[in-house]
Design a protein around this ligand. Structure first.
Ligand code: GAL
Length: 352
């Protein structure tokens, strides 16, 4: 019986065959090991994400920012990859934001997360990103479709504005159906409301207003608009408007429909200053102060974005791009581009 000794018994035919097999195996091994080695070298152990916020003092955006920071830490812990978040506040200036994008690119950011100041003018940012081949995850302020279609490395995370608005309307419809006098406070068969709107150019203001009101009407609430105004998402602007309306239409306002929580809270501030109780105020966002106000019965309710999932989707999407990995399956993209974060209705305790 021949004992096959691959390397040193070369005169032996059997061993030559074995040697060939071994050579092939070794070759395969080398290729495999070689490939793995290269892969390991290429796999990053740190990523840098440039984040620009349209306004850092916006309460909802601030909540998302805090979640993003949390999620980045979680990602680091779970994956063992260092995540550097470079978060900048554009303070409402598109020019400042464009400069921030330049800086992010020159610092070598692997991916950008942009909450555009002017959602109609995202093309400058897109040009810069495309030139530098740095993917962008836009969020909250949706660029126009034409811009989003320019490159397959552009993504958007946000809330479906129509779904949010229908949920907001539904809160009031349900209460009215259950107990009409809880909404029609003076029992005159008409629910007189005022409307607080966000920025006029924001997709959320337009769609939320349209669908909230349509849901109320379709749901059988006999609404009548007293007046409305733009308070640009801001509590203080909404408070000033509401104060004016309370003066102009004393004892008339029964319902305040607000495009977001912060303006809803502004209306509550004005009602409280005037010592008026019972008026129903509904918001959207589920910001920390918004949720507190629902819990303390100062708001009838809010449609709350799941902020954790919202921020996680932004971060996971961005990290997958930065790492050159597959897109995260937990956050399915509509048309390969859009992720719509989940939302839920939070309503105050209505008692028995
Ligand atoms: C809306 C949100 C507002 C404000 C705005 C900023 O979706 O409801 O509170 O944050 O985005 O773009």
């Amino acid at each position: 019986m021949r004992k096959c000794c691959f390397l040193w018994n070369r005169g032996n035919n059997g061993c030559i065959i074995c040697g060939k097999i071994l050579a092939v195996l070794l070759g395969v091994c080398m290729v495999l090991t070689g490939c793995q080695g290269a892969g390991e070298e290429e796999k990053k152990n740190s990523i840098r994400i440039g984040i620009s916020l349209y306004r850092g003092d916006d309460i909802f955006i601030n909540n998302i920012r805090n979640e993003l920071e949390e999620k980045a830490k979680e990602y680091e812990r779970e994956k063992g990859i260092k995540v550097t978040l470079d978060i900048q506040d554009a303070k409402g200036s598109q020019n400042t934001q464009n400069n921030q994008v330049d800086r992010f690119i020159s610092l070598g950011c692997d991916v950008l997360c942009v909450n555009p100041v002017d959602r109609m003018d995202a093309s400058v940012i897109i040009d810069k990103a495309m030139n530098a081949e740095v993917p962008v995850v836009f969020f909250n302020r949706q660029p126009v479709e034409e811009d989003m279609n320019r490159w397959d490395q552009l993504y958007y995370v946000g809330l479906d504005a129509k779904e949010t608005a229908v949920n907001q309307g539904k809160m009031v419809v349900d209460l009215y159906r259950e107990k009409p006098s809880a909404v029609d406070l003076n029992d005159d068969g008409v629910v007189s409301y005022v409307l607080l709107e966000g920025e006029s150019s924001h997709q959320d203001s337009l769609i939320r207003t349209e669908w909230s009101i349509r849901t109320l009407k379709d749901g059988g609430v006999p609404i009548e608009k007293i007046t409305g105004g733009i308070a640009n998402w801001e509590r203080s602007q909404a408070s000033a408007l509401m104060e004016q309306w309370l003066g102009a239409y004393p004892d008339k306002i029964e319902l305040v429909v607000s495009n977001n929580d912060d303006m809803a809270l502004g209306a509550v501030d004005a009602l409280e200053r005037a010592g008026i109780t019972g008026v129903n105020v509904v918001g959207i966002d589920g910001t920390t102060p918004g949720i507190e106000a629902v819990e303390s019965d100062r708001l009838l309710g809010t449609v709350s974005a799941n902020k954790e999932t919202y921020a996680n989707a932004i971060l996971e999407l961005a990290a997958s791009r930065a790492m050159g990995e597959e897109l995260p399956r937990e956050y399915p993209l509509v048309d390969g581009t859009y992720y719509w974060a989940p939302q839920e209705i939070l309503i105050r305790d209505l008692g028995e």
